[in-house]
Design a binder for this molecule. Structure first.
Ligand SMILES: O=P(O)(O)OC[C@H]1O[C@H](O[C@H]2O[C@H](CO)[C@@H](O)[C@H](O)[C@H]2O)[C@H](O)[C@@H](O)[C@@H]1O
Length: 329
């Protein structure tokens, strides 16, 4: 009860601060304008950069595994989803990290699209919010064989593809076409095919048209009751209602990497959006590793640490690889 009241007060304070600072995102204040609410949030979710020593010293003798979200984490949020490119510096930092620690990228994008942006063969990919995983070769029999295929990648390496929403693909394709057709008269809508889920971007939709878009989506969902809606940054996402999310993908990848029951593994998960909270929750409930939320304003999160933006993510990854290098030498 007391905890609940504190949470309500905290939310009110955050709401009040957002209202005072206008409609745009609250940015962390520079050194000249200390932001008390952000500072107080940082005491709960310390910067992974300033806490780097604490974060890594507890990993001695253990295997670090790195999980990364894509949009808003490895690339900045931009107006055009097709142009959310990753910088060469970020790519090289991820490559260096992946040489030292097993690394997976878990994105809401389709697996092919996120691979196309990242362009690294050193990492494992999970697209469609974890519903399309390309991981190490797996003989895991706790997962249904009908969703798991052992195959070879383009370079002849053994891999496993795990697609727990496989049977919904034909319906998703129909829904995608329906949505494109039904929203074509609403200026600014962008319907993105993420293979096992559909992203409906409304960043460029006028406020007065939003109601029409919402109605179209609600109608489509009532015609397809086995699907539900989740929300991200100016995006509505239609997903099959299976019990599978980024947190499950993290567990699956850990298992296929050979760390299923290991207490000697420390997973780091870095992400910025609502869907990443599923992974933070898994780490918290397993009492394992560290969730690191990318956010420049206070928000409710199950992550323990924070980074302000992708630039800080880059600094963190560079530091991690430098630190990892010293361990190897
Ligand atoms: O799980 P993620 O890798 O973070 O993907 C989540 C969604 O990210 C993309 O949309 C977001 O980023 C766009 C580019 O910066 C931005 O324009 C959009 O407003 C954001 O919502 C992506 O386009 C979606 O498909 C992903 O599901």
């Amino acid at each position: 009860m007391v905890k609940e009241n504190i949470r309500k007060l905290y939310n009110k304070a955050v709401g009040l601060q957002k209202w005072l600072s206008g409609p745009s995102n609250v940015q962390p204040d520079g050194p000249n304008r200390p932001d008390p609410i952000y500072s107080s949030w940082l005491t709960e979710h310390p910067s992974a950069l300033t806490s780097f020593h604490a974060l890594t010293s507890a990993t001695e003798g253990k295997q670090i595994v790195v999980f990364l979200d894509y949009d808003g984490t490895l690339s900045p949020i931009v107006n055009d989803p097709d142009r959310a490119f990753m910088s060469d510096a970020m790519r090289s930092a991820v490559r260096e990290v992946a040489k030292l620690f097993p690394t997976g990228i878990i994105s809401g994008r389709s697996r092919d699209k996120v691979h196309g942006f990242v362009m690294l063969d050193e990492v494992h990919y999970a697209g469609s919010h974890g519903m399309d995983i390309m991981g190490p070769p797996s003989r895991l029999n706790s997962y249904d064989d009908k969703y798991q295929t052992n195959t070879m990648d383009k370079k002849g390496n053994e891999i496993t593809i795990f697609q727990p929403a496989k049977e919904y693909l034909p319906t998703i394709k129909k829904m995608l076409e329906e949505l494109k057709q039904r929203t074509c008269d609403i200026p600014g809508v962008f319907v993105e095919d993420n293979r096992f889920c559909i992203s409906v971007h409304y960043r460029h939709v006028l406020n007065e048209d939003y109601g029409d878009l919402d109605e179209i989506i609600q109608n489509l969902l009532s015609e397809n009751p086995f699907f539900h809606l989740t929300r991200g940054k100016k995006v509505l996402e239609i997903r099959p209602s299976i019990e599978w999310n980024k947190g499950d993908a993290l567990v699956y990848l850990l298992e296929t990497m050979g760390f299923s029951n290991s207490s000697d593994v420390v997973p780091f998960y870095i992400g910025d959006d609502n869907s990443d909270e599923d992974a933070f929750k898994v780490l918290r409930s397993r009492g394992q590793g560290h969730g690191i939320v990318v956010s420049s304003s206070p928000r409710e999160t199950s992550a323990s640490y924070s980074l302000c933006d992708p630039t800080e993510v880059l600094s963190f990854l560079l530091r991690l690889s430098r630190w990892g290098d010293t361990l190897m030498s």
